[in-house]
Design a protein around this ligand. Structure first.
Ligand SMILES: [Zn+2]
Length: 342
């Protein structure tokens, strides 16, 4: 079925390409030049250089970047070629890679495991949840890979960002060993710090992935961003501002833009206005425009509170109470200005 659709689509493409062609104008035949007596110069046949490949088990990897910038392909393509064995035929790797391809990996999702090192490894390798990478909490030079980057890992769950759902399909998941949080009797959460060496591992890993897959830097987001009513991770102690400043990935707002928005209202005027349903509908719409999967309703409900909390974990980590105050509102507008919705 898929093949036949593909053939139909290909056919339509050929047809549509055909309709755009200009009619060929007849040109008067030029006189044929007389053959000269000198021998014709032989132009050497250009043999394209095959990209080098490496074998690891049944997988074949390109050893060099196979992207061809001269054909508009500016991706960085190493990757693997999965070996197939269809019936009595053999898939050979003497072909040349097509320009007509891109990467599946468009987002990077950061998590904490809320478990210690050994339990994190066990859960992520022996159960139905997984991630591509696990960053341990040891000051060593290791980062664990648990799932091939070209395969899906099960880390995002029900998720949405900027109208894209099921982020497992299009993302690379990075779990960070961190205990998560403890909550007091009133439900106030206290989160755990990330050691400096662990942050550096995450920073270098994310930077490398963004470069290799040509991922938009702003598509490095939190699990709590794509599932705000279910998740808190990686929490307010993860230094998103430093990730942006030191590794050039993720999102952060400009302070001048934030201050300009803050100066538009006094905190007192804001407190009065923020309680009415028209304003609630407005900030719910802004949160939705920015990326969160919140449905604007004009009512401050639990989903709205959790979404504001998720926003604050990421962009205003000093205070995460789920209340839309003037500073949160100014940061949201500054971010929307910098990273506008399409
Ligand atoms: Zn998570």
């Amino acid at each position: 079925m898929r093949n036949s659709l593909h053939i139909i689509a290909l056919g339509m493409l050929v047809i549509s390409c055909g309709t755009t062609q200009k009619p060929v104008q007849k040109v008067a035949a030029k006189p044929v030049p007389k053959p000269t007596t000198t021998a014709p110069v032989k132009t050497p046949v250009q043999t394209p250089v095959k990209p080098q490949m490496d074998n690891q088990g049944s997988n074949h990897f390109y050893k060099v970047n196979i992207a061809d910038a001269s054909k508009g392909d500016n991706t960085i393509s190493y990757g693997s070629v999965v070996s197939a064995n269809p019936g009595r035929y053999k898939v050979v790797h003497s072909f040349f890679p097509s320009v007509g391809q891109n990467f599946r990996q468009r987002y990077i999702i950061l998590h904490y495991t809320a478990l210690d090192h050994d339990k994190s490894v066990r859960v992520l390798t022996e159960q139905s949840v997984s991630s591509h990478y696990l960053v341990n909490d040891t000051d060593d030079r290791e980062i664990y890979q648990l799932v091939d980057e070209n395969k899906r890992a099960y880390h995002a769950g029900i998720s949405e960002w900027r109208k894209i759902t099921n982020l497992n399909d299009t993302s690379i998941g990075i779990e960070i060993v961190n205990p998560g949080y403890t909550a007091d009797a009133q439900g106030v959460k206290t989160f755990y710090d990330y050691p400096e060496w662990q942050f550096k591992k995450v920073g270098e890993l994310v930077k490398d992935l963004v470069k290799r897959y040509d991922i938009k830097p702003q598509n490095v987001i939190a699990h709590s961003d794509i599932a705000p009513t279910r998740k808190e991770d990686p929490g307010p102690k993860f230094p998103w501002k430093r990730l942006y400043n030191e590794y050039g990935v993720g999102m952060w707002y400009d302070d001048t833009a934030k201050m300009a928005f803050m100066n538009q209202m006094t905190p007192e005027t804001f407190a009065l206005e923020s309680a009415n349903s028209t304003f609630i509908f407005k900030y719910q719409t802004f949160l939705n425009d920015f990326g969160y999967g919140i449905m604007p309703s004009g009512t401050y409900d639990n989903a709205t509170k959790r979404t504001i909390e998720a926003f604050q974990y990421h962009f205003r980590p000093e205070k995460y109470d789920g209340i839309m105050d003037l500073e949160t509102w100014a940061i949201l507008q500054a971010l929307l200005q910098k990273y506008p919705a399409k």
